[in-house]
Write a protein of this length. Structure first.
Lengths: 112, 484
């Protein structure tokens, strides 16, 4: 089982969700986060004084899925979330040691 | 003798208008009065009460502007200072300040026959202030609707002064120290200059003592309210010192963005709305239709101030910073407050324009000197207010208000309120004197208060550093503004 984590632009979340639904992935978790990439933020002024905006609002999506689906999920997310502009985000894949469905107690692949 | 009688009845510009416009006698109107006159008096009373309501509603405006411009972690604290100031100033004014500023008047004017006639001097400066209880007529059975309407209107203005420093001193002012300020402002700080001007004191008499125009003229309080509040805001900000992190190691000011710009802008609109009560109801009479001119001039200055503020900050920084647009509108409103009844609409536009630029530059001016004012209270109310005071002496066109402060010339004719555009310089002199007094005596009074309070308060009047960093909501108020 793998955990796929994606940090995407907030207005892209609905596109990603619909694209994932189309390939049969319905379950996911989102949270609002802030992020900064290699550009290192930019400068604005407030009442005439400059300040740096380093962290930009993003949304983090987490999906647990079986190994066989990982590649198609990653590709789906990437296609749906990309705008071609700076700040599109990143996706990473990690391993899940154990998975449990709370309602029934099912474990492993049956809990996906 | 005639001069003195005129003074007695007209003690203070606003006050004089009040006396002539409001009801004399007990709660029922005199039975043999002309019904049209009676209706006029009742309408005028209604107008003053409505004005008071509008000005009191401005407390909400100040609260929202200040809370919107400050940080989320301090929102409960900032909002609470603006909430509590209403009651604190009110109590101070009710028992001490109002008697000091206005209580020494010949109350037989109000109470008809049977009221105690006092000196026709405000208690401050008359030598009579030791007899404070003589100023408590507004609290007892003899308090007529007219007296109470006047008190209510004046308390609303006092509370405006009291709430101005809560802006410049936000986010690092100890609650208990702030509470003392509220009581002090209502009881002593506001009444001094109010007594000297609106209360018929020496500044209102400079037409006579120094041949300066019609004496100090301030229709609704650019000086008496806004500049007086603004210099206290400056004094407090100096004594408190800047917020942690406001200035970098190189002394360069750092932005600490407000947490809710929509809240601040809504507050600005509420202030605009309330300002129609602040200025227009200062005719004290709906039968004095100059109130319409005043209302229009107020709106003109506000609109031009907002637009010029927008253009000016865009010119300076590339974007129309919402905070500066708000300050631009408010600066226009503050500056028109003194001259609104005495100037033509074109002048109201010019005043709004100049006030907006002045206030924005003043923000930078004070920041460059290491004074941290989170909302621009010093720039808007202090500098805008002083400019408004001087504007009377520049732009007054002489068409309204002749005989203000009871001013009569050698031949006994009422002196007009005329500024430099009419070729008269005396009025400017009277206004300048008032402005100088505000910047020196009144500022000094506020500065002394904060300095002394700071010295005698354990740990000073500023919140401890760790509390300021975490946010003063929990340590000082016990609750978070936003609990999510």
């Amino acid at each position: 089982m793998k955990l796929i984590t994606a940090v995407v632009k907030p207005f892209k979340v609905d596109d990603v969700k619909e694209a994932l639904n189309k390939i049969g992935v319905l379950a996911m978790t989102t949270r609002e986060v802030k992020g900064v990439g290699r550009q290192g933020g930019h400068t604005e002024t407030y009442r005439g004084a400059e300040y740096k905006i380093d962290f930009v609002p993003k949304v983090q999506i987490e999906i647990v899925t079986g190994e066989e689906l990982v590649d198609s999920v990653v590709d789906t997310i990437r296609t749906a979330a990309a705008t071609g502009k700076i700040g599109d985000g990143k996706i990473w894949v990690t391993t899940v040691d154990r998975l449990v469905r709370i309602r029934t107690g099912e474990e492993g692949n049956e809990a996906i | 003798m005639r001069k003195r009688l005129a003074l007695k009845y007209v003690a203070g510009g606003l006050f004089g208008a009040t006396v002539s416009a409001l009801v004399v006698g007990s709660t029922a109107f005199a039975a043999d009065a002309d019904p049209v006159t009676t209706l006029g008096q009742a309408t005028n009373l209604l107008w003053v009460v409505i004005g008071a309501m509008l000005v009191i509603f401005m407390q909400a405006g100040f609260a929202l502007v200040e809370t919107g411009f400050t940080q989320k972690k301090n929102a409960a604290h900032v909002m609470s200072t603006n909430f509590a100031i209403f009651g604190l100033g009110f109590v101070g004014f009710l028992f001490v300040g109002y008697p000091l500023a206005f209580g020494g008047f010949d109350t037989s004017i109000y109470f008809g026959d049977g009221g105690a006639a006092l000196n026709a001097e405000p208690l401050i400066g008359s030598g009579n202030w030791a007899f404070l209880w003589q100023g408590w007529g507004h609290l007892g059975n003899g308090a007529t609707p007219a007296v109470l309407a006047f008190f209510l209107y004046m308390v609303a203005f006092m509370d405006t002064v009291a709430t101005i420093p809560t802006g410049s001193m936000a986010e690092r002012w100890k609650w208990k120290s702030f509470v003392i300020w509220g009581l002090f402002c209502g009881a002593f700080y506001y009444p001094i200059f109010a007594a000297w001007t609106w209360g018929g004191g020496w500044l209102s008499k400079t037409w006579d003592t120094m041949s300066l125009g019609a004496g100090y003229v301030d229709f609704a309080g650019s000086g008496v309210v806004h500049a007086v509040g603004g210099v206290a805001a400056l004094a407090g900000a100096i004594v408190l010192g800047p917020r942690i992190g406001k200035f970098g190691p190189d002394g360069k000011p750092r932005a600490i963005p407000g947490h809710n710009i929509p809240m601040a802008m809504l507050g600005c609109f509420i202030l605009l709305f309330g300002w129609f009560g602040f200025n227009a109801a200062s005719t004290f009479a709906a039968t004095d239709i100059q109130f319409a001119t005043v209302a229009a001039n107020t709106a003109i200055a506000a609109a031009v101030g907002a637009v010029v503020g927008m253009y000016y900050i865009t010119f300076k920084t590339g974007k129309p910073d919402p905070g500066m647009m708000v300050n631009g509108m408010l600066a226009g409103l503050v500056a028109i407050t003194a001259p609104c009844a005495f100037v033509a609409p074109w002048a109201a536009a010019v005043i709004g324009l100049l006030a907006a630029i002045l206030a924005i530059e003043a923000v930078f001016f004070f920041e460059r000197r290491g004074i941290d004012d989170p909302v621009g209270a010093i720039a808007v109310h202090g500098c805008g207010g002083l400019f408004g005071v001087l504007s009377v002496g520049i732009f007054a066109n002489g068409q309204y208000g002749a005989g203000w402060n009871g001013a009569l010339d050698g031949a006994g004719n009422p002196i007009k309120v005329e500024g430099i555009i009419q070729g008269k310089f005396g009025q400017f002199g009277a206004q300048l004197l008032g402005a100088v007094v505000i910047c020196t005596v009144i500022f000094g009074f506020a500065y002394a208060f904060f300095k002394i309070q700071n010295k005698f308060t354990k740990g000073g009047i500023r919140t401890p550093e760790d509390q300021e960093i975490q946010g003063v909501d929990i340590p000082e108020m016990g609750v978070l503004a936003y609990n999510d």
